[in-house]
Write a protein that binds this ligand. Structure first.
Ligand SMILES: Cc1cc2nc3c(=O)[nH]c(=O)nc-3n(C[C@H](O)[C@H](O)[C@H](O)COP(=O)(O)OP(=O)(O)OC[C@H]3O[C@@H](n4cnc5c(N)ncnc54)[C@H](O)[C@@H]3O)c2cc1C
Ligand SMILES: NC(=O)c1ccc[n+]([C@@H]2O[C@H](COP(=O)([O-])OP(=O)(O)OC[C@H]3O[C@@H](n4cnc5c(N)ncnc54)[C@H](O)[C@@H]3O)[C@@H](O)[C@H]2O)c1
Length: 447
């Protein structure tokens, strides 16, 4: 049987674009469907606009310490509306560049929402399309917990289009998104409250990183309700009221409430039941290590397939799929080798095992080395916030198993260190490496 395409990809986000371009580079005839802007969550309502807001908020923080560096009072008016228009313009340019990249790669873009008709046929924009292989890369969207009045809350998607900065900002959920937006809004001068159903924010990170960031954000003025959730949200004359249940009972007033309690895959309307695709327990698409579903010509990558919900992971899965299926080089993704960062202020970043994971695997054969110190910037800037650097080492062979950091440039430092750890360096290798002075990273060599 002949098909319209060798590969048809549903969703032009990080995973889908990487897979489509890589498969086309091996000579496959590729089509891709997208019903929103090209680039998906990361480009349009995730990593990129988020990081631009982080940069905008950094000016506010630098402004606060500028006078200690000899600056006179600086103008501190921030025009949020002007800024978000500039961000939108930048994103339009990125969308255009994705369109050009697809054209250059010879991938057909079909604008519209794709649904399954059978295991080789899709419908997109009232058009039937057949393909030998189909890749599902549909990403996810925010969860909405079952809280009365949740309709008054917004999600990360709407955060990028707020008409103005709120004065009182409440976040439900202390994960990546909740922590990052809490930090940004605090820097802009909003009164911020975080409600999280755990003792510490940022589950999954090393406990020292979690505690350090939570303490730093508390010192910066963010109020935390831990082991708590929102019981009810009500609209009142003065804005919104959130009733909190948990360790402490309280009612907090807000202008904007962000709900960031995890994400759910975009699969309800895909018609997966028509082809009998199996789901995993948490409702994501079940795949094997080669990204194949239980139907042998249908694959899934990225957030909808329930591994790590990060852009570089979605890209790596998309490329691994294309190399395996069209490049004839079987390739898998090693989920233990994924660096990650939370772009709060202070910033946190990690590579490899947390202390807890290392102790679960190696028992007593584990040592952790930790330093907390005031960076030169904050010493001179008058802040008492400390930088944290921690490495986890297997005692027997001194191999570094993980590295964790909170402080300036943590993400960039851990990204580079990850290369060395992946290659199996020992603690001695770190100690013998000559540092660059004066930097924060040189402290790694003194642990
Ligand atoms: C606020 C926020 C900040 C983030 N920050 C970071 C960060 O700093 N670093 C990081 O690594 N990760 C970050 N992430 C996570 C990252 O954005 C995702 O892991 C990544 O985008 C997943 O890529 P994907 O290809 O799986 O899905 P997506 O990027 O979501 O792409 C899926 C695409 O499929 C389309 N689609 C869905 N259904 C259909 C259909 N039936 N037909 C046609 N098209 C369809 C969607 O419109 C979408 O464009 C962030 C996420 C959020 C929400
Ligand atoms: N810097 C980055 O790389 C980055 C940034 C943003 C998002 N992301 C990705 O997007 C994913 C989704 O982010 P997220 O922050 O929505 O999810 P998350 O899984 O990171 O965090 C959700 C948080 O909400 C809490 N929670 C859950 N239900 C709750 C409730 N009813 N009341 C109070 N707290 C509740 C959880 O304990 C957890 O701390 C992340 O897991 C991450 O993979 C990455």
């Amino acid at each position: 049987m002949t098909f319209d395409y060798d590969l048809f990809v549903i969703g032009a986000g990080s995973g889908g674009l990487a897979a489509a371009k890589t498969a086309a580079s091996f000579g496959a005839r590729v089509g891709i469907a997208e019903h929103e802007a090209l680039g998906g969550t990361c480009v349009n309502r995730g990593c990129i606009p988020k990081k631009l807001i982080v940069y905008a908020a950094d000016f506010a923080l630098q402004n606060q310490m500028a006078h200690q560096y000899g600056w006179s009072q600086c103008d501190n008016y921030f025009d949020w509306t002007r800024f978000t228009k500039l961000v939108d313009k930048h994103l339009d340019n990125l969308n255009d560049s994705f369109s050009k990249q697809l054209q250059k790669a010879g991938v057909d873009l079909i604008k519209g929402y794709a649904t399954f008709i059978d295991d080789h046929t899709l419908e997109v924009d009232n058009r039937k399309i057949t393909a030998d292989k189909i890749l599902i890369a549909v990403g996810g969207r925010p969860n909405l917990p079952d809280i009365p009045g949740i309709e008054f809350a917004i999600t990360s998607r709407e955060m990028f289009h707020l008409p103005y900065l709120p004065k009182r900002f409440v976040v439900i959920g202390g994960g990546y998104i909740g922590t990052e937006f809490a930090s940004m809004m605090n820097a802009f001068g909003c009164k911020v409250t975080v409600i999280n159903n755990d003792e510490l924010i940022l589950s999954g990170f090393d406990d020292d990183v979690r505690a350090h960031i939570q303490q730093s954000l508390t010192k910066r003025g963010i109020r935390f309700f831990h082991n708590s959730t929102a019981k009810e949200i009500k609209l009142c004359e003065d804005g919104l009221l959130v009733k909190i249940k948990g360790d402490k009972q309280a009612t907090v007033a807000a202008d904007t409430i962000l709900v960031a309690t995890g994400r759910t895959p975009n699969i309800e309307k895909l018609g997966l039941e028509k082809v009998g695709i199996e789901l995993a327990e948490k409702g994501t698409i079940k795949v094997n290590e080669y990204n194949c579903t239980n139907i042998d010509n249908i694959y899934a990558v990225g957030d909808c397939s329930g591994r790590l919900q990060l852009t570089p992971v979605a890209k790596a899965e998309g490329e691994a799929f294309a190399k395996t299926v069209f490049g004839k080089t079987p390739k898998t993704v090693n989920y233990n080798e994924v660096p990650t960062a939370v772009f709060s202020r202070p910033e946190g970043a990690s590579y490899g095992m947390t202390e807890q994971q290392a102790r679960e695997k190696f028992g007593d054969d584990v040592e952790s080395f930790k330093t907390e110190f005031k960076s030169l910037l904050s010493q001179f800037g008058g802040s008492d916030e400390k930088t944290l650097i921690k490495i986890i080492v297997q005692t027997e062979n001194q191999q570094v198993l993980g590295a964790h950091m909170v402080g300036e440039h943590a993400a960039d430092i851990i990204q580079s260190l990850g290369v060395a750890i992946r290659k199996g360096i020992t603690k001695q290798d770190l100690v013998e490496t000559i540092g660059i002075h004066p930097t924060t990273a040189e402290e790694l060599m003194t642990l």
